[in-house]
Design a protein around this ligand. Structure first.
Ligand SMILES: Nc1ncnc2c1ncn2[C@@H]1O[C@H](COP(=O)(O)OP(=O)(O)OP(=O)(O)O)[C@@H](O)[C@H]1O
Ligand SMILES: [Mg+2]
Length: 252
């Protein structure tokens, strides 16, 4: 389980994450939603210990990533919102390097690489340098890098960005399957249709706090909202602001 206990992280005067308590359980996909700057990426980075909370605690299957980031990284497959790759290595080299880091036996690593290369159609890219790959293929290499050690917990920050429809579908199915196997699957997105389609639970952040959480249908009922977009706008208090903006745009 991925657990946040009253976690706060400040940057100067900004509380990027402000007193968040949250339990992300295995067995179902959880979508993390929220306006730009609401603290999603900061929350996710705290799971692998690259950002440490000012107060409160994060627990990754009982491990505190602020104290033991190496162990947290073993347990978690993390894919950042901005893809960072070893530009002068090929994807094949990246995967074999990661296999060594995570101590995946050679034959097993080969099997997994073959599987992911087929799923994400990376065959023709394996010999190119990462620095030469297209944006979507870079995203795929980043995702495969997060999946290679078959982690119990997946933390994917806007993983669908740049993926073509077929790869997006493959990723959806992979996330569902990993959740079905009992793993924790947490992903952030701005595409509410995606959240609705894949996630059984959504967490909506606003100004560093959790503004709403629950099953999409529960939230619709609770907030008397027609769909997830309406839930999002109501939970973040942005409905009226949005209406004003749209009106002023057409009245120009
Ligand atoms: N390294 C940093 N230094 C200073 N401020 C930061 C840093 N990282 C994040 N912040 C601030 O923390 C807040 C939350 O940022 P964060 O990246 O977590 O938001 P987000 O919900 O992921 O947004 P987006 O949807 O745009 O990706 C923002 O106000 C941001 O400017
Ligand atoms: Mg972000």
């Amino acid at each position: 389980m991925l657990k946040y206990i009253d976690v706060t992280k400040r940057y100067g005067d900004v509380a990027a994450v402000n007193g968040v308590s949250l339990e992300v359980e295995g067995g179902r996909v959880t979508a993390l939603l929220g306006p730009n700057g609401s603290g999603k990426s900061t929350l996710m980075k705290m799971a692998i210990g690259v950002v440490k909370p000012d107060s409160g605690m994060v627990e990754v299957d009982g491990v505190n990533p602020a104290e033991d980031p190496c162990e947290a990284r073993r347990l978690i497959g993390y894919s950042p919102e901005d893809v960072v790759l070893y530009e002068s290595l090929t994807p094949a080299e990246v995967f074999s390097f990661l296999g060594e880091v995570y101590e995946v036996p050679g034959s097993e690593l080969e099997r997994r690489v073959r599987r992911y290369v087929r799923l994400f159609k990376l065959g023709e890219e394996m010999g190119k340098l990462c620095g030469e790959l297209s944006r979507g293929n870079r995203r795929k290499v980043s995702l495969v890098s997060a999946l290679l050690h078959e982690p119990r917990i997946l933390v994917l920050d806007e993983p669908f960005t740049g993926l073509d429809p077929k790869s997006a579908r493959v990723l959806k199915e992979l996330m569902r399957k990993m959740a079905y196997e009992g793993r924790v699957v947490l992903f952030s997105t701005h595409i509410l249709e995606l959240a609705e389609a894949v996630a059984e639970r959504v967490v909506i952040m606003h100004r560093g706090r959790v503004a709403a959480e629950g099953e999409p249908s529960e939230l619709r009922e609770e907030l008397k909202a027609s769909d997830l977009e309406d839930v999002f706008m109501r939970a973040t208090g942005l409905s009226e602001e949005l209406e004003e903006l749209v009106k002023s745009l057409w009245g120009e």
